[in-house]
Write a new protein. Structure first.
Length: 200
């Protein structure tokens, strides 16, 4: 029995510091046919980040030119930098039956949901508590104190956005959260309306 289906865009958002990136990475490691969308950003690379692997790092002019040409599926200003998802790889993946993970902010998630109502599946990651979120943000050490403060202030506001999403995962015990995320992905892969072709 051979089944060809459309690719799915798994859009994962969370307040900054909820541990979303670790969750996404683990899910991608454990599942076949799941690749990360690589965003464009005007933010400078952090130590250890690689152009073309973590992000495509570009200047603001290049970024806005892509927006103007309609090459972004969504884009947003997040903490003073621009972030955007290129459209072409998404269209290609849907057509080829490949699934994509988009680790993007809440504004971007809403845009993807509106642009791809059938092919996007939105998932919201809750931190175990606001206190845990605060701790993670300050321990991460990658950002300046001012940046940490901004992110913390925004987190409470972002928590209230969960009703915009289809699924949620609580990132309390990591292993359980990974299993929950994988369960959502597997269930969505088995929806009959995604089938393009059957052979038997
Ligand atoms: P960071 O600078 O820590 O890598 O990311 C900051 C925030 O921007 C995170 O919430 C991340 O999910 C979000 N982000 C990363 N790429 C994109 C993107 O292409 N579009 C949008 N809207 N947000 C993004």
């Amino acid at each position: 029995m051979k089944i060809k289906r459309k690719g799915i865009l798994f859009v994962i958002s969370a307040p900054s510091g909820a541990g979303k990136t670790t969750l996404c990475r683990e899910a991608a490691n454990r599942l076949d046919n799941l690749e990360f969308s690589i965003s464009y950003t005007t933010r400078p690379p952090r130590p250890g980040e690689e152009n073309g692997r973590d992000y495509h790092f570009v200047d603001e002019e290049t970024f806005l030119e892509m927006v103007e040409k309609g090459e972004m599926a969504e884009w947003a200003r997040v903490y003073n930098h621009l972030y955007g998802t290129p459209k072409a790889p998404l269209l290609k993946a849907i057509e080829a039956g490949k699934d994509i993970l988009l680790d993007i902010d809440i504004q971007g998630a809403s845009q993807i949901k509106a642009a791809f109502p059938e092919d996007a599946v939105t998932i919201f990651v809750f931190p175990p508590s606001l206190e845990a979120l605060r701790e993670r943000l300050s321990k991460r050490g990658a950002d300046a104190p001012q940046v940490i403060k901004e992110r913390w202030e925004k987190a409470e506001e972002e928590m209230a956005m969960y009703p915009l999403f289809r699924y949620f995962v609580v990132n309390d015990r990591l292993e359980e959260a990974i299993e929950d995320l994988i369960a959502v992905i597997k269930a969505e892969r088995h929806r009959v309306e995604r089938i393009k072709e059957t052979q038997w």
